[in-house]
Design a protein around this ligand. Sequence first.
Ligand SMILES: Nc1ncnc2c1ncn2[C@@H]1O[C@H](COP(=O)(O)OP(=O)(O)OP(=O)(O)O)[C@@H](O)[C@H]1O
Length: 395
Amino acid sequence: MHVASLSLTDFRSYPEVELTLEPGATAFVGPNGQGKTNLVEALGYVATHSSHRVATDAPLVRHGAQRAVVRAVIVRDDRRALVEVEINPGRANRARVNRSPVPRPRDALGLLRTVLFAPEDLALVKGDPSERRRFMDELLVARAPRFAAVRADYERVLKQRNTLLRTAAASRAGRRRAPRRQDDDAAFAAAGAGDVLSTLEIWDTHLVRFGAELLAARLHLVDLLRPLAAKAYATLAPSSGLADLEYRASGLSTDIPTLGTNRELLAECIRAGLAEARQAELERGVTLVGPHRDDLLLRLGELPARGYASHGESWSFALALRLAAYDLLRTDGGDPVLILDDVFAELDGQRRRRLTEIVAPAEQVLITAAVPDDVPPELTGARFDVTEGSVTRVR
Ligand SMILES: Nc1ncnc2c1ncn2[C@@H]1O[C@H](COP(=O)(O)OP(=O)(O)OP(=O)(O)O)[C@@H](O)[C@H]1O
């Protein structure tokens, strides 16, 4: 697949910009802070409905504007689709496909598939588990857009369950602080606690159902990614150790890998974990078991990459994860658009050459760089210069 045109209205620094793009390599070149990343960030937003740089949408809307619109024409197997996403911070986004509104923005996911690698990806290795969970979940959605709904359902249930637990924890703490009313409170608590527990059980059922579906999908994904990430890492950094991935489910007593991806067994396992954590959850007011607490352990040889890997190794591992994602998407449904944001300047000569060999055959690769020398000669197709907010095609 490739993007034939990209246009932005009030996105980041751009009041209005429209670009015609072609398959092959395209470089956006310009000094720092001129708006190169803003362009590829917008394209990434069309694919994932999120930014690779910020967790909330407000910074994506041009200062002083109310909303931003990103439009992309996507060509896949000679079919064209115009996808438009309207970003409304604080309110629901809207999306249109071929000028017709879709009922929910997530109905437009999957039409554009991108793999974006950027300096922020170092957080995949060095950052919190949430970074790695997001990596897995975005890839699940790119492969099967219906997972956007599973994830949204899981998050909705989690939020409701946490609200209930928080209320229960606060009322327990309140009772502890008011000893004079202990008897009254005990009677009240007996009635109230019963309500809380039965409501909690309803939320448990939903949490277990959506949680098991998410967990099974992530486990399957990690099985597929493991050899691809190991291969990509060995290509990028042949002298370092073997790169390996392992899914870590928190709060479950059973060894997850032995359960495979059987959803019923995983559901039982989450249910048992919740039962075991019940008391602690009621005290702490938060859900302690489920895929929202899991992690993807990255190992280099015997050691965890986080905390042990060097800067260069961490960078290569993050890149290997993205390349593994790219490989996977390619095998199950055509070339995704590859976006390399400020990547080559970070790599030494050997890694630069190896990355170039890997990405050169991609149907479309978009590269941002501060200077033309940071774009390998094998990847110099079209070139846009980006300066002071204007984007000019120079080749
Ligand atoms: N919401 C916004 N409204 C207006 N301007 C914005 C907004 N968000 C970012 N900018 C501006 O966009 C510019 C940064 O653009 P971008 O990150 O694309 O730069 P870049 O060319 O990729 O730079 P670098 O090479 O340093 O990565 C900054 O000048 C910033 O002030």
